[in-house]
Design a protein around this ligand. Structure first.
Ligand SMILES: Cc1cc2nc3c(=O)[nH]c(=O)nc-3n(C[C@H](O)[C@H](O)[C@H](O)COP(=O)(O)O)c2cc1C
Ligand code: SF4
Length: 422
């Protein structure tokens, strides 16, 4: 209780950069966006040039918000320097990770911030055409971005043509090269890398793919400067992050908070605490991330603090493990998701995701020990053997659950048959 009284409230300490308070929950119009400085960053970048913009984003130390946390300035530098007469830029809003709604909410409410970010990314990398990539069931975000595009075009803001493309409603369609295939009219499956999109992306041309939240941050940085952005957050994780809190808290949904916030603050202060009481035993920061136990609830959320714990903030779709959660059933649910969503191109990925489900179901059926070793060996064997990182993403929650909630798995598995195979 003492800690709760002393903890600073998040909103009082830091501004929200991407989700300003508004009366309406509908899409922000061009007039509304401009009234808060929208497109001023684009005007500044047009005057000062691409190198200035790349410098501001480097100063900001912005990392991509699509999950892999790659430094945005470094990605842009590679694309800007890539040889090629034609270059493209893609805003990735293909969000389909269960528990994450941040990209859908951002595009639906603040389409101009995303569009301005895309125009800036194009300017920084020398692109001649852009796409906003969504998936088929995103009706609200699609309507919002199309309206924003029409407004921006009428206002003469589009320095290059921008199209909206809808990919299929699958998880893997959000992977950047799967998205590029979808835009090219091919099956939305990841490509073998290298080459990376920055060298040979859409139609073989250098292509920059950035997550839509990353792009909205870019718009903020161009307007307020990289130093202002870098003053928010922790040593290596700058700015704010969008989190999606689950239905089990009083205030579920998409919230913005600075890096350095803790999961306890997110649950108690931002989310208003657990709806049905009970105590928090741990969290999964995102479905493709690693579980954290109760002892990590007060760790400041940052790439550099979660990495040593075998986890990462991921796309911020938080799951909470409380004292009523059946952890083994949750692990089975997650493993089944990845088994269903893997695209079948890489035999090790098919094998790993199928075997995880098989082994975890054996635990549920009290078939005794041995599961731990099998899962860890499978994960180790499969590492880096896929065209995309789903193969590692599928392993992260399962392997970490075995460590954080070891007693739950041991209790479910039971002692096994004397002398029998484990
Ligand atoms: C299976 C899978 C699904 C992905 N889904 C998304 C997605 O929905 N949105 C997204 O921006 N990135 C997604 N990514 C990451 C992208 O491949 C890519 O790293 C990202 O769009 C780059 O943008 P950023 O540098 O701004 O983060 C996914 C990756 C994998 C392996
Ligand atoms: S690693 Fe898995 S999801 Fe990725 S391309 Fe290979 S089979 Fe598909």
């Amino acid at each position: 209780m003492e800690r709760r009284r002393c903890a600073p409230t998040i909103r009082a300490v830091h501004p929200t950069l991407l989700l300003p308070a508004r009366a309406s929950t509908g899409p922000e119009s061009l007039a509304e966006y401009r009234a808060r400085g929208g497109y001023d960053g684009l005007a500044a970048a047009r005057t000062r040039g691409a190198a200035w913009l790349r410098g501001e984003v480097a100063t900001a130390q912005l990392r991509g918000r699509g999950g892999a946390s790659f430094p945005t300035a470094r990605k842009w530098e590679l694309a800007a320097n890539a040889a090629g007469d034609e270059k493209f830029v893609v805003g990735n809003g293909g969000e389909h990770e269960p528990g994450s709604d941040k990209d859908k909410v951002l595009v639906a409410r603040h389409p101009h911030a995303v569009l301005e970010g895309l125009l800036l990314a194009g300017l920084a990398t020398g692109a001649q055409k852009g796409w906003i990539y969504l998936i088929e069931d995103m009706h609200g975000p699609r309507a919002a971005i199309e309206q924003a595009l029409a407004e921006a075009k009428a206002a003469g803001l589009l320095a290059f043509p921008v199209a909206v493309h809808l990919g299929p409603t699958t998880y893997v369609a959000g992977e950047e090269t799967a998205a590029l295939n979808a835009i090219e009219g091919k099956p939305a499956k990841p490509r073998k890398k290298p080459p990376f999109p920055g060298e040979a992306g859409l139609f073989g041309k250098p292509t920059t793919v950035n997550n839509v939240e990353t792009l909205a941050h870019v718009a903020w940085i161009a307007r307020h400067g990289g130093t202002a952005f870098a003053s928010i957050g922790t040593a290596e994780s700058k700015g704010t992050l969008l989190f999606t809190l689950p239905a089990s808290v009083q205030r579920p949904g998409v919230h913005e908070a600075p890096f350095g916030v803790t999961y306890r603050q997110l649950i108690e202060q931002v989310g208003g605490g657990l709806r049905n009481g009970g105590s928090v035993r741990g969290v999964l920061p995102a479905m493709s991330s690693g579980f954290l136990g109760a002892d990590a609830l007060d760790v400041p959320i940052a790439y550099e603090t979660l990495r040593p714990l075998g986890s990462s903030p991921g796309c911020g779709g938080v799951r909470i493990v409380d004292d009523r959660t059946d952890v083994v059933a949750l692990a089975v649910e997650i493993a089944e998701f990845f088994m269903r969503e893997q695209c079948g191109q890489c035999p090790p990925c098919r094998m790993e995701t199928n075997q995880f489900v098989h082994i975890l179901k054996a635990v549920q059926q009290h078939k005794g020990p041995g599961y731990d070793d099998k899962i860890r060996k499978l994960a180790e064997f499969s590492r880096k053997k896929g065209f995309c990182s789903l193969i590692e993403m599928a392993a992260a929650p399962v392997v970490s659950a075995l460590g954080v909630f070891a007693a739950d798995f041991a209790a479910a598995a039971g002692p096994g048959q004397p002398g029998g195979a484990s």
